[in-house]
Design a protein around this ligand. Structure first.
Ligand SMILES: Nc1ncnc2c1ncn2[C@@H]1O[C@H](COP(=O)(O)OP(=O)(O)OP(=O)(O)O)[C@@H](O)[C@H]1O
Ligand SMILES: [Mg+2]
Length: 200
């Protein structure tokens, strides 16, 4: 018994003790898990994007907010939601470096905003790519990073949220391939394709 999961390309597998963090024992398949996570994420959207409230950059760009957002997205489903991972993954920095790397990213991003170092879209997308590369959490980093980019673009830059290829690219398919190819280009410090994908 328990949860049996099949992973799409570019997803980070869960360790057994992370799987045991499931809060709803009735979930046994990927389909059921996706559904519960999606419903939980919709609550997080109501708490952020859909709320008409002003945010200061330093409020969003803090370790507290990063964790709280992950908790709001996955807290109904996973016991470890909102806590940094304590295992190492095929992607991401060593588990002991998460806080430090995140602090550097938050400081860099505040500097980019204050100095308009890049276009608004590029700042949000660079942030998205760096945070998913740090991989703060056991799972949900992709979705969390995309929502962070949406929050930055809408709450700080007052622009329309990203469309992320519009279709449901979480499933394997052309959109997911395009997304992963764009991430690989971003790994080589070329953000054009990822920005284009986010606005497609
Ligand atoms: N080479 C890479 N460089 C940067 N980021 C990557 C790379 N490969 C995968 N990723 C990111 O890691 C995510 C997978 O991490 P994780 O499983 O924690 O997130 P998720 O939210 O569960 O997945 P998804 O984003 O597929 O919904 C991918 O979606 C992608 O955003
Ligand atoms: Mg995943």
């Amino acid at each position: 018994m328990g949860l049996t999961l099949v992973y799409e390309a570019g997803q980070t597998p869960l360790h057994d003790d992370e799987k045991n963090g499931i809060k709803i024992p009735a979930i046994t398949t990927r389909g059921e898990l996706d559904e519960h996570e999606q419903r939980n994420i919709e609550e997080a959207l109501r708490w952020t994007i859909e709320r008409r409230r002003a945010y200061k950059p330093e409020e969003i760009l803090s370790e507290g907010f990063i964790k709280k957002l992950h908790f709001r997205m996955f807290g109904n489903v996973w016991g470890w939601a909102g806590s940094f991972r304590n295992t190492n993954k095929n992607l991401g920095v060593d588990k002991y470096l998460i806080s430090t790397e995140l602090r550097m990213l938050l400081d860099d991003c505040k500097y980019w905003i204050a100095n308009q170092t890049f276009t608004d879209d590029e700042i949000a997308i660079r942030f998205k790519h760096r945070i998913v590369s740090i991989h703060c959490f056991a799972n949900g980093n992709g979705r969390h990073s995309r929502l962070m980019a949406d929050i930055l673009i809408e709450k700080i830059f007052k622009k329309e949220v990203f469309s992320w290829g519009s279709a449901n690219f979480v499933k394997a398919g052309d959109d997911r391939k395009a997304y992963l190819a764009a991430l690989h280009e971003a790994d080589r410090a070329n953000y054009k394709s990822l920005i284009k994908f986010a606005r497609s």
